[in-house]
Design a protein around this ligand. Structure first.
Ligand code: CU
Length: 468
């Protein structure tokens, strides 16, 4: 996390200069048009410092994982934001970028933070090649502000600016996303988080409050644009459009009360799992869970369209894995379609196959972990713009993860506002699992071949782009 850059990387563009006065005259009144809030955007994919309010009611800001919060301006007591729907370039992890659609320079869009009871006005400018709208998922708004194109409003045509205005009635965790050509626009990354903070800053206080969205993409190795018609078979599983090892760690002080909020805008459910601590689900999209209705968990499933807030006391120092428990959701694209070769003796086949496929390499006989090691050891070339299936390196070697995986780093003695990556955990002596010397006889492994008489086999290049 590089917080020193905060502010510098946020670019301010003058809407009037860029878009030309009068472009949205038909959709925004002349009075509003003359005074549109400036557009604030960023090209950074790193976690930005929490946005402490300097106007309006006080609140304890959230930290958006690999994201940021949108500044606002106060206009006669109304909090005004300016969202711009536009094509963006998002780094998914070092080594892979994607051409997505998003808001204000990034996908997901910036987090919007307001306080319960705030009157909020959001200007939405459409710089996409097609119509859009924004739905404020979970919020009790007047029907005409609900953002369902055709049903509650005309769609926002390219080049036009619409204005939404409502009172943020209920504190909680919400999302925003288009409700026009949803399949395309959400597959392209159009979504963001909305936090309505409680008016009473003493209500359910926490020391650190993280938030992100679960999203997924189908981007073929070597290409940059998601396949928007994919229904289930995605190959990139992401937190805020980032895949491990591109996701920042969540850094917390020992004994902090920590809240992590996440919303699911993928096509399937995700059992989110934390190591080393028990947590409680304290909030859903419908509001805060009363203390008497909570129970301890170490994994909680979040269905499509749902949001969850979990809370725990970070009383166990270390580098704790935090991930989706569907093992294919902690993997990246490359090599995902490799056939199972566990137990297949490949040594006598390699020579023959090499005659047919010059760069063939036998893998998978003992498992897939060797893929990470090969990549690390030999710096094996990948096709342009993709990520290896299993990746990441820790202080003890390959981590073998990808996708929806990161860490919660619990450390003693951090400053209250310090979110910098403290590096790997320094384990107290004698507390790490280690090899012991033994005098057991060597293991006899039973044969794993399914068939006795020969075996049918198709030739594929394990690290290459799969052809069928
Ligand atoms: Cu998952």
């Amino acid at each position: 996390m590089d917080f020193s850059k905060f502010g510098k990387d946020i670019t301010r563009r003058n809407f009037i200069k860029l878009a030309g006065a009068g472009i949205a005259a038909s959709t925004v009144s002349k009075v509003a048009m003359a005074a549109l809030p400036e557009i604030v955007s960023t090209e950074q994919a790193t976690t930005q410092a929490p946005l402490h309010p300097n106007t309006g009611r006080p609140y304890n800001p959230v930290v958006t994982l690999n994201g940021w919060s949108l500044p606002w301006r106060m206009n006669n007591g109304v909090k005004e934001f300016h969202l711009v729907a536009e094509p963006v370039l998002r780094e998914i992890a070092p080594g892979m970028k994607a051409h997505l659609w998003g808001y204000n320079g990034q996908s997901p869009g910036p987090t919007i933070e307001v306080v319960e009871g705030d009157r909020v006005r959001i200007f939405v400018t459409n710089r996409l090649p097609e119509q859009t709208s924004i739905h404020w998922h979970g919020q009790p708004v007047p029907n005409g502000m609900d953002g369902v194109s055709g049903l509650t409003q005309p769609a926002i045509q390219p080049g036009k600016t619409f204005m939404y205005e409502f009172v943020a009635k209920r504190a909680g965790t919400f999302m925003y996303h288009p409700h026009a050509d949803e399949m395309t626009q959400m597959a392209m990354g159009m979504m963001g988080t909305w936090i309505t903070h409680p008016k009473n800053t003493k209500f359910m206080p926490v020391d650190r409050d993280f938030v992100f969205l679960l999203n997924s993409y189908d981007i073929d190795p070597g290409s940059y644009t998601p396949k928007i018609n994919t229904m289930l078979d995605f190959n990139l599983w992401t937190f805020n459009s980032r895949a491990f090892p591109g996701i920042d760690p969540m850094v917390v002080r020992k004994n902090d009360r920590v809240r992590i909020r996440f919303g699911n805008l993928t096509m399937t459910n995700h059992p989110i799992h934390l190591h080393g601590h028990e947590f409680q689900v304290t909030g859903t999209d419908g509001g805060w869970v009363p203390p008497t209705a909570r129970w301890p968990e170490v994994t909680t499933d979040v269905a499509v369209g749902q949001m969850r807030a979990i809370e725990f006391i970070a009383d166990n120092p270390g580098d704790w894995a935090f991930h989706c428990h569907k093992s294919h959701h902690t993997m990246n694209p490359m090599g995902h379609q490799v056939p199972t070769l566990l137990g297949v003796k490949q040594s006598d086949l390699v020579g023959k196959i090499s005659n047919l496929v010059p760069d063939y390499m036998a893998m998978g006989e003992t498992g897939m972990a060797e893929m990470t090691e090969m990549k690390a050891m030999m710096d094996m070339p990948l096709p342009e713009n993709t990520l290896p299936m299993m990746s990441g390196t820790g202080q003890y070697g390959a981590i073998d993860m990808g996708g929806m995986f990161t860490t919660v780093k619990v450390r003693e003695g951090l400053a209250r506002n310090d979110y910098k990556d403290p590096g790997p955990y320094n384990h107290p002596q004698g507390t790490v699992a280690r090899e012991v010397v033994n005098d057991l006889p060597p293991v006899e492994r039973p044969a794993m071949n399914d068939s006795e008489g020969g075996m049918e086999m198709s030739v594929r290049k394990p690290m290459g782009h799969m052809e069928h």
